[in-house]
Design a binder for this molecule. Structure first.
Ligand SMILES: [Fe+2]
Length: 318
């Protein structure tokens, strides 16, 4: 069933300056064919655009990411979407804080504000439609019927196609400093953290529990891209479809504590991950979420297999 899901009225919290969405990201990878095979198997739609690929989800008009060829796999930048009338204030804020405004990278010309976070991660704020959800994304469960088989035959199960980009988790060298910067400059808010190990941040204009998360490493890098799917069934089905195509390494099925989402992470060809995520907590625009600091061993996951030993290893920096 195909639905157009892109046109939901944007929610907004008046009087608060903050980005409303992760608009898109750009990755470079050494071999575009490898990216096409991986993200295609994952259930995303890839379209040739310029020298690279655009990443889309079926039935949604938004372009969530672009992939270009480069010497090694790298998260080139994250682009945040802002409301048009907020844009001049973001420009003023960068000036006020003495943050150098940069030219866009070659081939990515746009009218956005380009600058770097304290770890050197390239960021953009641009005027864009709100692509983050303005209400909790629906979750479908099997109907509550008796006397019938509710699971499909394996041959009839179909494949998982994510509905949208959910969040991006990046490595940073100092989680506390990143929280401070992304709050003060981008206008994100802390949802929850585990000491100096990991932090989860949401948008003030209504977003999932996290649209960006940061994990401690010795250098910047991409840990995972997370994609929203419609049910736990689809999370499991996605894991199977990836294993069938040779992408069996990863972690899941499990349930996180912070965000409450069900997950399965599939390791990509470059040592980072794409996550199937379902049923994540939602923080409405008019709600002040009570940010907590949670012991890591009690807050990482409620249940699931033991994570791979190198799950939090930063291969991008290696
Ligand atoms: Fe995640």
């Amino acid at each position: 069933m195909t639905q157009i899901r892109g046109f939901v009225r944007a929610s907004r919290r008046p009087g608060d300056l903050g980005v409303h969405s992760v608009d898109h990201f750009n990755l470079t990878v050494p071999d575009l064919k490898q990216a096409e095979a991986f993200y295609g198997a994952f259930g995303l739609d890839l379209r040739p655009e310029g020298q690279g690929l655009g990443l889309y989800t079926r039935g949604h008009p938004h372009r969530w990411g672009t992939i270009a060829e480069g010497p090694k796999k790298k998260l080139t930048y994250m682009s945040f979407g802002a409301f048009e009338d907020d844009f001049p204030q973001f420009r003023a804020r960068l000036q006020e804080h003495g943050i150098a405004q940069l030219d866009p990278p070659r081939g990515f010309e746009s009218n956005g504000l380009w600058f770097r976070d304290p770890d050197g991660i390239l960021l953009e704020i641009r005027v864009a439609e709100k692509s983050s959800p303005s209400e909790k994304s629906p979750v479908s469960n099997d109907p509550m019927t008796s006397g019938t088989q509710r699971a499909p035959a394996r041959s009839a199960a179909g494949i998982t196609r994510p509905r949208r980009l959910a969040h991006i988790l990046v490595f940073v060298s100092d989680v506390g400093r990143a929280i401070e910067f992304y709050s003060r400059v981008i206008g994100l808010r802390l949802s929850d953290r585990s000491g100096d190990g990991v932090a989860f941040m949401h948008g003030v204009h209504g977003s999932d529990h996290h649209m960006v998360a940061m994990a401690k490493s010795n250098a910047p890098g991409l840990h995972h891209l997370s994609w929203d799917v419609g049910s736990v069934h689809e999370v499991g089905l996605g894991a199977m479809q990836m294993a069938d195509r040779g992408f069996s390494a990863g972690w899941g099925l499990g349930r996180h504590v912070l965000g409450s989402n069900y997950f399965h992470y599939v390791r990509d060809p470059w040592g980072s991950y794409s996550e199937y995520s379902s049923d994540i907590d939602y923080i409405p625009a008019n709600f002040d979420w009570d940010a907590g600091d949670h012991p890591g061993d009690d807050a990482f996951y409620v249940w699931g297999p033991v994570p791979p030993q190198d799950f939090t290893f930063n291969y991008e920096a290696a």
